[in-house]
Design a binder for this molecule. Sequence first.
Ligand code: CUA
Length: 273
Amino acid sequence: MLGMPLRRRLRLLVATVTAALLALLATGTASAIQPGGITDEARLMNELFWIVTIAGLIVFGLVGAALVYAIIRYRRQNDELPPQFHGGGKIEAAMVGVPVIIVIGLFTISMITLVQIDDKAEDEALTIDVTGFQFSWQFAYNLNDLGTNTDPNAEGTIAVIGTPANDPILYMPVDEPVEFLLKSNDVIHSFYVKDFLYKLDLIPGRVNSFTVTARETGDFSAQCAELCGTNHALMRFTVRVVERDEFDAWVAAEAARQLGDGALVSTSGTQGD
Ligand code: CUA
């Protein structure tokens, strides 16, 4: 490069700067498209997203730079035929070897992330029964399956049932594993919470499940993500992540309202021996 005339070096510089700007633009766009997510699982997925994206950008940058360099450096100088040769063992081995190593690396990282996300060895997880129907949602909670603060003797189920005009709210506690059991009795719906960076179909005749641990409180909008009929667009709902106390208070209030005051079997301290 040092032997090149000034004009050629300038061109190479312009090409490099352009490539760098394009890479920056792509990164900015990606971060706008890809939110961080509020669950442990979402954060793992987000990390994987960035590893793959950055690896892709590096390959793009190297290939683009090599291409631009070759185009400028080896463009026709005169009418003389350049030296001709056939094959190139080292280059061909690198052309096959490097991509294979990259693919194996990305595959390994993806598998590790997938296994971590699908890790469901959490019997103590609070379970929420989610039923999608045309055109809203039902979220049901068994009083004896409420996670860390469960009274195993409690009986009954409380449910939140939405309507197309009235989006239901799904309550869940923060910092605890929550398992979703997804069911449908009519057509296929899809349970999509953008801030989980995750969606899963509700399929008639089977139960799909996944577990997340939310790390942020607040309201997060969610919706059905599978075209399921005329009012598919009205199948919205809100995920409300709250502190444990607030969750318990909500459960107690709903149990009293839906099942009557005697519904919740007395909590610890009054059960004697
Ligand atoms: Cu349910 Cu779309």
